[in-house]
Design a protein around this ligand. Structure first.
Ligand SMILES: Nc1ncnc2c1ncn2[C@@H]1O[C@H](COP(=O)(O)OP(=O)(O)OP(=O)(O)O)[C@@H](O)[C@H]1O
Ligand SMILES: [Mg+2]
Length: 253
C-alpha cells in the first residue's frame, strides 16, 4: 500500500501543478519509485498541459462518473512519469468529486506514491482530496496573500488529521517581500525547499517536459529534487548524470 501526498496551497497560481509534476518526475526517474500524479483540480485542470497528456481520451472525470476504471486513465510521459489527467472540457466543469477518495485508494494499492495536484481554494475538490491524503505539502510564494491562504489550508488539513510535511517556497527571488524565516514563522512549519523564480519553468511547460528533465542543473530543478528526496527521507546530492543529459536531449527533440 502506497502513500498519498496532497500538494495544496489555498491561493491559485502559486505552483502546485509545477511542484506535483517535478517531485513526481524526480521520485519516478531519480529514486525509481512507482509514482502517479493525479489531477484532482477537476474544475480548472491543467496538469495535462504540463506533460502533454491533454489529448488522452480518458480522464479522472470519467472515473469519477464511474464510467471507467481509474487505471485506464493513466498516461505515460516519455520520461517515465505516470499521470492521471482531468478533462479540459467545459462540459465536465461540474463533475461531482465525492468518489475521489475511493478511486485514489485504488491507485494507492498499485503505486508507491500517489501525488494529488489539488485545486486552489478550499472547495469540495480540495476537501475530497484531503480526505484521502496521508500527508500534504504546502506551496506558497513569498507574498503575504499567498502565505495567508497557505496558513488557512494548513489549519484545514490539520483539522482533517492530515499532517503537513513542510512548505515549498516557490518563485523565490532576491529581495522577495517575505524571507524563508518569515514564512516559517507565519506558517509554523519548516520550509523544505526554496524554488527560485526561473523563466525556464514556463518554457518547460510549453515543451511538456518537467523542469527537472528540461534543465536538470538549474537551481529550481535542484530545489525540486531536494524536496522529493526529503519526502522519502534520503539526502539529495546534486550531480550531473549522463542519463539526465540523454533524457533531456531525447525529450527536447
Ligand atoms: N519557480 C517558478 N518560476 C517561474 N515560473 C513558475 C515557477 N513555478 C511555477 N511557475 C509558473 O507559474 C504558473 C502557475 O504555476 P502552476 O500552474 O503550477 O500553479 P498552480 O498553483 O497549480 O495554479 P492553479 O491554482 O491555477 O492550479 C505557470 O505558468 C508556471 O509555469
Ligand atoms: Mg494547478
Amino acid at each position: 500500500m502506497g502513500k498519498v501526498i496532497g500538494v495544496i496551497s489555498g491561493k491559485g497560481g502559486v505552483g502546485k501543478t509545477t511542484t506535483s509534476v517535478n517531485i513526481g518526475a524526480t521520485l519516478s526517474h531519480n529514486f525509481k519509485k512507482n509514482v502517479v500524479v493525479v489531477d484532482t483540480n477537476v474544475s480548472s485542470s491543467n496538469l495535462s498541459l504540463h506533460v502533454g497528456a491533454h489529448f488522452h481520451p480518458l480522464t479522472i472525470n470519467d472515473a469519477l462518473k464511474g464510467d471507467v476504471n481509474i487505471e485506464e486513465t493513466i498516461v505515460n510521459h516519455p520520461s517515465g512519469l505516470k499521470v492521471v489527467p482531468a478533462s479540459l472540457s467545459v462540459d465536465d466543469l461540474f463533475v461531482n468529486s465525492d468518489n475521489l477518495p475511493e478511486i485514489v485508494n485504488d491507485l494507492k494499492k498499485e503505486h508507491d506514491i500517489v501525488i494529488l495536484d489539488t485545486a486552489p481554494s478550499m472547495g469540495p475538490e480540495t476537501l475530497n482530496a484531503l480526505k484521502v491524503c496521508d500527508a500534504a505539502i504546502v506551496v506558497t510564494t513569498p507574498h503575504l496573500p499567498s502565505v495567508t491562504d497557505a496558513l488557512k489550508t494548513i489549519k484545514l488539513s490539520e483539522k482533517m488529521n492530515v499532517p503537513i510535511l513542510g512548505v515549498v517556497l516557490n518563485m523565490f527571488r532576491k529581495n522577495a517581500p517575505l524571507t524563508k524565516a518569515d514564512v516559517e514563522y507565519m506558517t509554523n512549519h519548516k520550509v523544505i525547499g526554496i524554488i527560485e523564480h526561473d523563466v525556464n519553468v514556463d518554457t518547460s511547460v510549453m515543451k511538456k517536459v518537467p523542469m527537472v528533465h528540461f534543465k536538470p542543473n538549474a537551481k529550481a530543478s535542484h530545489g525540486f529534487k531536494g524536496i522529493a528526496a526529503s519526502m522519502i527521507g534520503v539526502e539529495y546530492k546534486p550531480e550531473k548524470k549522463w542519463f539526465d543529459k540523454i533524457i533531456n536531449w531525447f525529450i527536447e527533440e
